[in-house]
Design a protein around this ligand. Structure first.
Ligand SMILES: [Mg+2]
Length: 225
């Protein structure tokens, strides 16, 4: 019987793509740089690549902050200190809070039935702040981040510590909902946690075998939770 729900934050509850675009527009503006669609495309390409490295354990968050904008600016031919610019970008990212459709409604529903916690690889202060700004922070009993837990998803330790902190729950009593097949689904499955893949990008590929459930919208969670 499911007692607890772990929910990923970015591209599950908060629309990271919209949040990042907001942060880019603001930080480019503050630094007197011209923001274009090409900036966004380059950011998403390089950011995804670097987050894959984080999930593989070959890069940490500090390393990400050092190189992310350095690589992006190099590709765009912009002569600006990327490490310094990252501070502006993170400042605005922590203020960004576009929610995914149905986020409020599903969190209200789930928090009334289950022990509800967030589980994210983002930084603690920023994730807390974004959830508060979005008005959804109070639905969660815990906001677990890799920074506070000490391990990132998909590491087994991340999920084991979450289970322990939720009152020594069994993996079979917990479901993980998230958009990342590797970080959220493979990671949780390796611990025996029940998994639900949120096909946020609407890839509509056949449901992956390691996901116990697949949904295309947050509202669909109500059909089995
Ligand atoms: Mg995500």
């Amino acid at each position: 019987m499911i007692k607890a729900v772990l929910m990923d934050i970015d591209n599950t509850l908060l629309d990271f793509n919209e949040c990042a675009k907001y942060a880019m527009r603001c930080s480019f503006g503050e630094c007197g740089l011209e923001y274009t669609e090409r900036v966004a495309q380059t950011f998403f390409k390089i950011n995804t690549m670097l987050w894959n490295d984080i999930e593989k354990g070959i890069l940490d968050k500090e390393g990400l902050y050092k190189v992310r904008w350095k690589y992006i600016f190099r590709e765009l031919g912009i002569n600006t200190d990327g490490e310094e610019f990252e501070k502006y970008f993170l400042k605005y990212l922590s203020r960004s809070f576009s929610t995914v459709e149905g986020a409020h409604d599903i969190l209200k529903y789930l928090s009334g039935k289950y022990l509800l916690s967030a589980a994210s690889n983002g930084p603690q202060f920023e994730q807390d702040n974004r959830l508060k700004n979005a008005g959804i922070y109070d639905y969660f009993k815990n906001v677990f981040t890799s920074e506070a837990v000490g391990y990132p998803k998909p590491k087994k330790e991340f999920f084991m510590i979450c289970l322990e902190k939720m009152g020594n729950l069994l993996p079979s009593e917990t479901i993980m909902v998230g958009d990342s097949l590797n970080a959220d689904i493979v990671g949780a499955k390796n611990c025996g946690i029940v998994t639900c893949w949120f096909d946020y990008e609407q890839i509509n590929c056949p449901p992956p075998s390691h996901a116990d459930y697949t949904v295309n919208s947050l509202a669909q969670l109500k059909s089995f939770l």
